[in-house]
Structure formats: structure tokens, C-alpha cells
Design a protein around this ligand. Structure first.
Ligand code: ADP
Ligand code: ZN
Length: 433
């Protein structure tokens, strides 16, 4: 196993030992912040004898971060901090995270480790198509790529024509791109007459995709359309940003860097740990962060540990593809639905194009779900019978998966709204009550 960092080679016993030592020092550090001085009550590093004792620590929620805005979780004076980022605020007000110089360095090391694991090497040319600014995806990947020794192109988000020109002119080999944009991007390449199979013009071989939930079907589509291998990347601002969990070449779950993060999977209702291998909410503790350690953060993200060892040899446990956020669950006619179930059905159908939108509506007192689906140009034919046949087929497959029958609208490709950052897949038009 070729590694970037020796930590990748640790055995289970070594990892457990590192985690225990670091968990105790995380508690020690956290106690210095006003928030944890209160929230930890009497819990001290000595209360942590085994890793299972993590459950003696208080949970931390996004609301705790908001209530302590801006400095209440800092363990040192603000003038010791060198960076701040804020979450994109997908589900409410942004929360702000501070980093010391050591925190920035550790994060860059974790990011470089991720990229290296995906096969990126010094000498690769890396185009970062993620938004820069307060969003962690920009600078997070940027510092990781420089640490690894790649030519780093901070292209930022948007302006597709300029992105493509940079890639072809500079001979870019590695991309960081949001999955919903990657789907759209493939269409734009086609329009510009660039064939991704032509490696002289399109030398890209690796894409790192993440920041938003997406299905295996979408990954495969991106890999085929762009002629590259796409690796799933998971992170959140509260845990630095990207660089928390990443896929290895076996692409079967994302290794969480357990020397830096302690992960629990809990039942979101009872907050009890779920049996190993079952889906629940990811709860994470920073093990190495100095400036703003966070204990047992409730991510609201749903996933599970992939059981068994990974063929790559790393024992850092793997998180399965994120099923969505607990807050994303839609309840229609008493049935629980996750947007990713809809995506999975749609993206497995060859007629379906790059984009879709789920609209929640009210009809009288009854909630309805409507799915607007972009259809590829060549299938968007004049013949009404063909189209209504396709519409029925999509509806039936969705009903089989969801157990409720959605309305289905077929629309032309490129007609649904595109977002610059993370895709907004659900539009709630049900109004109050
Ligand atoms: P916000 O919470 O405002 O979106 P962040 O930029 O911190 O702010 O986003 C982190 C969130 O993005 C995660 O909690 C998760 O919901 C989502 N996310 C990040 N990476 C992935 C991924 N690979 N798959 C699915 N969801 C992801
Ligand atoms: Zn692996």
C-alpha cells in the first residue's frame, strides 16, 4: 500500500490507542472554551477511560454553534486564530469555524492524504472548480493540492467555457467538482465539440466529487460521460471542511481518518448507538483540532459503517454513501421518502438527462409530490404517445421505489434551474401548516 501519511498504515489497536489519547486531550482543550466549560459540567479527561466513555460527553448541535456565535467555542484568544470559514447555510444561518495555524496545516495534510489515496501525485495538474470564499471546499482542496505538490488552479465555480479552456490549455489531469455540476458540465463539453475520450484534448483522469448527496448511478454517469474515475469526498465545515472521509481506489465506502475524527453512528431519535452496520446519524468529535475543538457533533447526515475490511489494507473505517440529511426526509401520505431514492430511480434510466426537481404541493389538505425530470434531447420527441409512455414508465418505477405515486412532468434538457453551488433538489410549495 502506497501511502502519503504513516497514519494510513496504523492497525486497529494502534488507531484505538491514538484515539483514546487524543480524545482525552480534546476534552482537556475543549474545557478552555466558554461553551464546553459549561456543557462538560463535571466531565474531565479522567472520566475518559475507554473509547466507549465518549458517551459521557455532551452532544453538540448546530444550534449550540449559533448560540455561541461568534467566539464561544474558542479555546484561545481570537488573535491566535489565522482563518475562519462559514458553512454554506443549506439549512439555516451560517455557522463560523476558526482555525489556528496548526489547524490549517493539519487540515492540508488530511486533504493531501485524501487526494493521494485517489491516485493523485505530485506533477498532476489540479483544477479546483469549487467555490472559494467562506465555503470550505475551495481553500480546503487548494491547500491539500499544494501540499501534495500539484500545480493548483483556483478556477472557482461557474463560467463553464472558461473552465473548459483552462482544462484543455493547461492539460489538467484532476478536477474537484460538485456532482450536480459535473453532470451539466458533460453536456457543455459535448456542445463545445470536445470528446472526453480524446485524451490529448481531455487529459483529465480523476474527479473528486462531493459536498452534496448523490447516488452511485450519478457517479457512474459522471465517470462514463467525462471518461474518468470519480471519488466521493465527504466533509463538513464543523469538522474542518472536506478531508473527513474519502474513497480509496476500491470505491466501496469512504475511509474516515480515524486518527483525526472519532465517529459514532446513533439513532437520531433515541441517540443510542445503532447496531454495527446499520444506518443512523453520524456524530463526530475532532481529535486534533486546537482552536475550536467540537465534541460529538450531530451532523444530521445519515449513513452507516461498511462492514468488513477494505481490500486496500487501510483499517480506517468506511462510511457508506450519505443517504441524505435527517432534515431532508419528506413525509407524503405517511410514507418517508428521501430525495436520493428518487435520484436513484431517475438516473438509472437512459432517457433521463442531467437534472431533476422534486416539488411538494398541497391539493386541498393532501400533500402531493411532483417530480420534474429533464429528458435528453434525442428522447424529447414530438410524438405524444412516446412521451406519455416514458412518463408512465418513470411514474411506475418511482411508485415501486417510494410506495406513493408521484406526478411526473417531463421537461426539456437544460430547462430546470441550475444552482452555482450545491443543488437544491426539493422545492416545498405547500405553504404554512
Ligand atoms: P452546509 O451544512 O451549510 O451545507 P457545509 O458546506 O459544511 O455546510 O456542508 C456540509 C454538508 O454537506 C454535510 O453535512 C453533508 O450534508 C453534505 N455533504 C458533504 N459531502 C457530501 C458527500 N460526499 N455526500 C453527501 N453529502 C455530502
Ligand atoms: Zn480502501
Amino acid at each position: 500500500m502506497e501511502v502519503f501519511d504513516r497514519a494510513e498504515r496504523l492497525s486497529r489497536e494502534e488507531l484505538d490507542a491514538v484515539q483514546l489519547v487524543r480524545l482525552r486531550s480534546a476534552v482537556e482543550r475543549a474545557r478552555r472554551s466558554p461553551h464546553y466549560a459549561r456543557a462538560l459540567a463535571g466531565v474531565t479527561p479522567d472520566s475518559i477511560r475507554t473509547l466507549a466513555d465518549v458517551r459521557r460527553l455532551p452532544l453538540t448541535t448546530k444550534q449550540d454553534l449559533r448560540d455561541n456565535y461568534p467566539y464561544g467555542l474558542l479555546t484561545e484568544p481570537v488573535d491566535r486564530m489565522v482563518r475562519l470559514h462559514a458553512s454554506s447555510g443549506t439549512t439555516g444561518n451560517p455557522t463560523v469555524i476558526f482555525y489556528t495555524q496548526n489547524d490549517v496545516d493539519t487540515w492540508a495534510g488530511l486533504m493531501a492524504r485524501c487526494m493521494h489515496m485517489a491516485g493523485v501525485r505530485p506533477g498532476d495538474r489540479f483544477q479546483n472548480m469549487s467555490g472559494y470564499g467562506l465555503f470550505t471546499g475551495g481553500l480546503g482542496f487548494h491547500y491539500g493540492s499544494e501540499r501534495l505538490g500539484c500545480l493548483t488552479i483556483p478556477a472557482g465555480a461557474g463560467n463553464t467555457a472558461r473552465q473548459i479552456k483552462l482544462i484543455t490549455d493547461m492539460g489538467v489531469t484532476v478536477l474537484h467538482i460538485i456532482p450536480s455540476y459535473a453532470l451539466y458540465f458533460a453536456g457543455a463539453l459535448e456542445q463545445m465539440g470536445i470528446d472526453p475520450a480524446d485524451k490529448a484534448r481531455w487529459p483529465v483522469r480523476v474527479a473528486m466529487i462531493g459536498a452534496e448527496p448523490h447516488t452511485e448511478e450519478v457517479r457512474r454517469k459522471i465517470e462514463e460521460m467525462l471518461h474518468l474515475r470519480a471519488f466521493n469526498s465527504y466533509g463538513l465545515s464543523e469538522m474542518n471542511g472536506p478531508g473527513v472521509a474519502f474513497e480509496c481506489p476500491h470505491q466501496c465506502g469512504m475511509h474516515v481518518w480515524e486518527d483525526a475524527f472519532l465517529v459514532e453512528i446513533v439513532d437520531p431519535e433515541t441517540l443510542e448507538p445503532v447496531p454495527d452496520g446499520e444506518v443512523g446519524e453520524i456524530v463526530m468529535t475532532t481529535l486534533t483540532r486546537e482552536g475550536m475543538p467540537i465534541l460529538r457533533y450531530r451532523t444530521r447526515d445519515l449513513s452507516r459503517f461498511v462492514p468488513g475490511p477494505c481490500a486496500c489494507g487501510r483499517v480506517h473505517r468506511r462510511l457508506d454513501r450519505i443517504k441524505g440529511r435527517a432534515d431532508d426526509m419528506i413525509i407524503i401520505k405517511g410514507v418517508n421518502i428521501y430525495p436520493m431514492q428518487i435520484e436513484q430511480v431517475l438516473m438509472a434510466m437512459p432517457e433521463v438527462g442531467e437534472n431533476y426537481l422534486i416539488v411538494l404541493e398541497k391539493e386541498g389538505f393532501i400533500d402531493q409530490i411532483r417530480v420534474k425530470v429533464e429528458i435528453r434531447q434525442e428522447h424529447f420527441v414530438e410524438d405524444m404517445r412516446v412521451l406519455s409512455g416514458l412518463q408512465k414508465r418513470i411514474q411506475t418505477r418511482l411508485r415501486d421505489e417510494l410506495l406513493v405515486t408521484p406526478r411526473v412532468d417531463l421537461v426539456q434538457s437544460d430547462s430546470l434551474p441550475k444552482s452555482q453551488g450545491k443543488a437544491q433538489r426539493v422545492l416545498d410549495e405547500r405553504g404554512e401548516g
